[in-house]
Design a protein around this ligand. Structure first.
Ligand SMILES: C[S@@+](CC[C@H](N)C(=O)[O-])C[C@H]1O[C@@H](n2cnc3c(N)ncnc32)[C@H](O)[C@@H]1O
Length: 206
Protein backbone atom coordinates (compact mmCIF):
# COMPACT_ATOMS: atom_id res chain seq x y z
CA UNK A 1 0.00 0.00 0.00
CA UNK A 2 1.50 3.34 -1.08
CA UNK A 3 -0.12 6.44 0.35
CA UNK A 4 0.26 10.09 -0.63
CA UNK A 5 -0.48 12.73 2.00
CA UNK A 6 -1.07 15.93 0.05
CA UNK A 7 -0.80 19.24 1.97
CA UNK A 8 0.38 17.27 5.00
CA UNK A 9 2.09 20.26 6.64
CA UNK A 10 3.99 19.94 9.92
CA UNK A 11 2.05 16.88 11.13
CA UNK A 12 3.04 13.55 12.71
CA UNK A 13 1.03 11.38 10.27
CA UNK A 14 4.00 10.42 8.08
CA UNK A 15 6.21 9.47 11.03
CA UNK A 16 3.43 7.48 12.68
CA UNK A 17 2.71 5.49 9.52
CA UNK A 18 6.42 4.96 8.88
CA UNK A 19 6.82 3.46 12.37
CA UNK A 20 4.02 1.01 11.52
CA UNK A 21 5.79 0.02 8.31
CA UNK A 22 3.36 1.85 6.00
CA UNK A 23 5.04 3.93 3.32
CA UNK A 24 3.61 7.46 3.11
CA UNK A 25 4.95 10.22 0.89
CA UNK A 26 3.89 13.65 2.13
CA UNK A 27 3.98 16.65 -0.17
CA UNK A 28 3.63 20.30 0.78
CA UNK A 29 5.31 23.54 -0.37
CA UNK A 30 6.57 24.12 3.19
CA UNK A 31 9.00 21.22 2.72
CA UNK A 32 11.23 23.55 0.71
CA UNK A 33 12.32 25.01 4.06
CA UNK A 34 15.10 23.66 6.26
CA UNK A 35 14.33 22.18 9.67
CA UNK A 36 15.52 25.38 11.36
CA UNK A 37 13.41 27.66 9.14
CA UNK A 38 10.35 25.47 9.71
CA UNK A 39 10.87 25.44 13.45
CA UNK A 40 10.83 29.28 13.58
CA UNK A 41 7.75 29.49 11.37
CA UNK A 42 5.90 26.85 13.41
CA UNK A 43 6.65 28.61 16.73
CA UNK A 44 5.30 31.88 15.31
CA UNK A 45 2.17 30.34 13.79
CA UNK A 46 1.24 28.06 16.68
CA UNK A 47 0.17 30.69 19.24
CA UNK A 48 -1.68 32.62 16.52
CA UNK A 49 -3.72 29.52 15.63
CA UNK A 50 -4.44 28.76 19.29
CA UNK A 51 -5.65 32.36 19.86
CA UNK A 52 -7.89 32.23 16.77
CA UNK A 53 -9.36 28.95 17.99
CA UNK A 54 -9.93 30.39 21.47
CA UNK A 55 -11.83 33.36 19.97
CA UNK A 56 -13.99 31.05 17.84
CA UNK A 57 -14.30 28.21 20.37
CA UNK A 58 -18.00 27.74 19.51
CA UNK A 59 -17.03 26.63 16.00
CA UNK A 60 -15.38 23.47 17.33
CA UNK A 61 -16.53 20.21 18.90
CA UNK A 62 -14.62 19.73 22.14
CA UNK A 63 -14.89 15.96 22.56
CA UNK A 64 -11.83 14.11 21.24
CA UNK A 65 -9.84 17.30 21.95
CA UNK A 66 -11.29 18.49 25.26
CA UNK A 67 -10.02 22.08 25.66
CA UNK A 68 -7.76 24.79 24.24
CA UNK A 69 -4.95 23.52 26.50
CA UNK A 70 -5.50 20.00 25.22
CA UNK A 71 -5.36 21.34 21.65
CA UNK A 72 -2.10 23.18 22.33
CA UNK A 73 -0.53 20.04 23.89
CA UNK A 74 -1.73 17.79 21.04
CA UNK A 75 -0.50 20.18 18.32
CA UNK A 76 2.83 20.82 20.05
CA UNK A 77 3.48 17.10 20.46
CA UNK A 78 2.56 16.37 16.81
CA UNK A 79 4.81 19.15 15.51
CA UNK A 80 7.71 18.06 17.73
CA UNK A 81 7.33 14.52 16.35
CA UNK A 82 7.31 15.91 12.80
CA UNK A 83 10.39 18.06 13.43
CA UNK A 84 12.31 15.10 14.90
CA UNK A 85 11.52 13.02 11.80
CA UNK A 86 11.92 15.78 9.18
CA UNK A 87 15.58 15.52 8.12
CA UNK A 88 15.59 11.71 7.93
CA UNK A 89 12.20 11.67 6.21
CA UNK A 90 13.37 14.19 3.63
CA UNK A 91 16.46 12.08 2.86
CA UNK A 92 14.24 9.02 2.44
CA UNK A 93 11.92 10.91 0.06
CA UNK A 94 9.01 10.88 2.53
CA UNK A 95 8.72 14.71 2.60
CA UNK A 96 8.55 16.18 -0.90
CA UNK A 97 8.42 19.88 -1.74
CA UNK A 98 5.51 20.05 -4.20
CA UNK A 99 2.25 21.90 -4.56
CA UNK A 100 -1.11 21.47 -6.19
CA UNK A 101 -2.31 21.73 -8.87
CA UNK A 102 0.82 20.04 -10.37
CA UNK A 103 2.54 17.19 -8.53
CA UNK A 104 5.77 15.44 -9.61
CA UNK A 105 4.54 11.85 -9.35
CA UNK A 106 3.91 9.19 -12.01
CA UNK A 107 0.44 8.15 -13.12
CA UNK A 108 -0.98 5.60 -10.68
CA UNK A 109 2.02 5.95 -8.34
CA UNK A 110 -0.16 5.65 -5.21
CA UNK A 111 -2.96 3.42 -4.00
CA UNK A 112 -4.50 6.21 -1.92
CA UNK A 113 -4.13 10.01 -1.95
CA UNK A 114 -5.29 11.87 1.16
CA UNK A 115 -5.79 15.59 1.34
CA UNK A 116 -6.93 17.07 4.63
CA UNK A 117 -7.66 20.68 5.56
CA UNK A 118 -6.64 22.23 2.27
CA UNK A 119 -8.99 21.60 -0.70
CA UNK A 120 -12.55 22.88 -0.02
CA UNK A 121 -11.44 24.43 3.30
CA UNK A 122 -10.07 27.53 1.53
CA UNK A 123 -12.94 27.83 -0.97
CA UNK A 124 -13.05 31.58 -0.37
CA UNK A 125 -9.43 31.97 -1.60
CA UNK A 126 -8.94 29.18 -4.15
CA UNK A 127 -11.04 29.02 -7.31
CA UNK A 128 -13.24 26.21 -8.59
CA UNK A 129 -10.80 25.85 -11.49
CA UNK A 130 -7.91 25.35 -9.04
CA UNK A 131 -9.97 22.69 -7.27
CA UNK A 132 -10.84 20.96 -10.54
CA UNK A 133 -7.19 20.85 -11.67
CA UNK A 134 -6.03 19.68 -8.24
CA UNK A 135 -8.57 16.86 -8.04
CA UNK A 136 -7.75 15.83 -11.62
CA UNK A 137 -4.09 15.68 -10.60
CA UNK A 138 -4.80 13.58 -7.50
CA UNK A 139 -6.94 11.19 -9.58
CA UNK A 140 -4.08 10.85 -12.08
CA UNK A 141 -1.62 9.66 -9.47
CA UNK A 142 -3.84 7.63 -7.09
CA UNK A 143 -6.57 5.05 -7.53
CA UNK A 144 -8.47 6.17 -4.44
CA UNK A 145 -8.62 9.88 -3.53
CA UNK A 146 -10.00 11.08 -0.18
CA UNK A 147 -10.52 14.74 0.66
CA UNK A 148 -11.57 16.04 4.10
CA UNK A 149 -13.43 18.14 5.23
CA UNK A 150 -16.08 19.43 2.83
CA UNK A 151 -16.74 22.71 4.63
CA UNK A 152 -14.86 26.01 4.53
CA UNK A 153 -13.29 28.00 7.37
CA UNK A 154 -16.68 29.58 8.17
CA UNK A 155 -18.23 26.10 8.54
CA UNK A 156 -20.25 26.54 5.33
CA UNK A 157 -20.51 23.57 2.94
CA UNK A 158 -18.01 24.29 0.14
CA UNK A 159 -19.87 25.44 -3.01
CA UNK A 160 -17.35 23.42 -5.06
CA UNK A 161 -18.34 19.95 -3.81
CA UNK A 162 -21.48 19.44 -5.92
CA UNK A 163 -20.02 20.74 -9.24
CA UNK A 164 -16.98 18.54 -8.62
CA UNK A 165 -19.09 15.44 -7.91
CA UNK A 166 -21.12 16.02 -11.08
CA UNK A 167 -18.13 16.43 -13.39
CA UNK A 168 -16.28 13.46 -11.87
CA UNK A 169 -19.31 11.21 -12.31
CA UNK A 170 -19.72 12.45 -15.87
CA UNK A 171 -16.11 11.38 -16.47
CA UNK A 172 -16.72 7.84 -15.21
CA UNK A 173 -15.39 8.06 -11.64
CA UNK A 174 -17.24 6.56 -8.70
CA UNK A 175 -17.78 9.30 -6.15
CA UNK A 176 -19.16 9.12 -2.63
CA UNK A 177 -19.50 11.44 0.33
CA UNK A 178 -18.71 9.43 3.45
CA UNK A 179 -19.26 10.24 7.10
CA UNK A 180 -16.11 9.98 9.25
CA UNK A 181 -15.88 9.56 13.04
CA UNK A 182 -13.59 12.63 13.48
CA UNK A 183 -15.23 16.04 13.88
CA UNK A 184 -13.33 19.03 15.27
CA UNK A 185 -14.64 21.85 13.08
CA UNK A 186 -18.39 21.79 13.80
CA UNK A 187 -20.08 20.02 10.86
CA UNK A 188 -16.74 18.92 9.37
CA UNK A 189 -17.36 15.18 9.49
CA UNK A 190 -17.55 14.17 5.84
CA UNK A 191 -15.01 13.27 3.20
CA UNK A 192 -15.21 13.09 -0.57
CA UNK A 193 -14.00 9.75 -1.90
CA UNK A 194 -13.19 9.28 -5.58
CA UNK A 195 -12.39 5.90 -7.02
CA UNK A 196 -10.57 5.83 -10.34
CA UNK A 197 -11.56 3.67 -13.26
CA UNK A 198 -8.71 1.15 -12.74
CA UNK A 199 -9.68 0.66 -9.10
CA UNK A 200 -13.32 -0.01 -10.00
CA UNK A 201 -12.28 -2.69 -12.49
CA UNK A 202 -10.08 -4.30 -9.83
CA UNK A 203 -12.94 -4.36 -7.31
CA UNK A 204 -15.19 -5.88 -9.93
CA UNK A 205 -12.77 -8.75 -10.54
CA UNK A 206 -12.63 -9.49 -6.79
C1 LIG B 1 -4.25 23.75 7.33
S1 LIG B 1 -2.78 22.96 6.78
C2 LIG B 1 -3.27 21.25 6.84
C3 LIG B 1 -2.17 20.35 7.36
C4 LIG B 1 -2.59 18.89 7.54
N1 LIG B 1 -3.04 18.28 6.32
C5 LIG B 1 -3.69 18.79 8.58
O1 LIG B 1 -4.79 18.37 8.25
O2 LIG B 1 -3.41 19.12 9.73
C6 LIG B 1 -2.77 23.33 5.05
C7 LIG B 1 -1.48 22.91 4.36
O3 LIG B 1 -1.63 23.13 2.97
C8 LIG B 1 -0.35 23.47 2.46
N2 LIG B 1 -0.49 24.06 1.11
C9 LIG B 1 -0.64 25.35 0.77
N3 LIG B 1 -0.73 25.49 -0.57
C10 LIG B 1 -0.63 24.23 -1.10
C11 LIG B 1 -0.67 23.70 -2.43
N4 LIG B 1 -0.85 24.51 -3.49
N5 LIG B 1 -0.54 22.37 -2.60
C12 LIG B 1 -0.39 21.55 -1.53
N6 LIG B 1 -0.35 21.99 -0.23
C13 LIG B 1 -0.48 23.32 -0.04
C14 LIG B 1 0.18 24.43 3.50
O4 LIG B 1 1.58 24.59 3.40
C15 LIG B 1 -0.27 23.74 4.79
O5 LIG B 1 0.73 22.88 5.31
Amino acid sequence: MKILGCADGPASFNDEMNRRGIRVVSCDPIYRFSRKQLSTRIDQACEEIIEQTRKNAGNFVWSSIGSIEDLRDTRTAAMAQFMADYDEGKEQGRYVNAELPVLPFDDGAFDIALCSHFLFLYSNRLSLEFHRESVRQLCRIAKDVRIFPLIDLDLRPSPYVQPMVQSLEKNGFTVSIERVPYEFQRGGNEMLRIMGKTQQRRHHRC
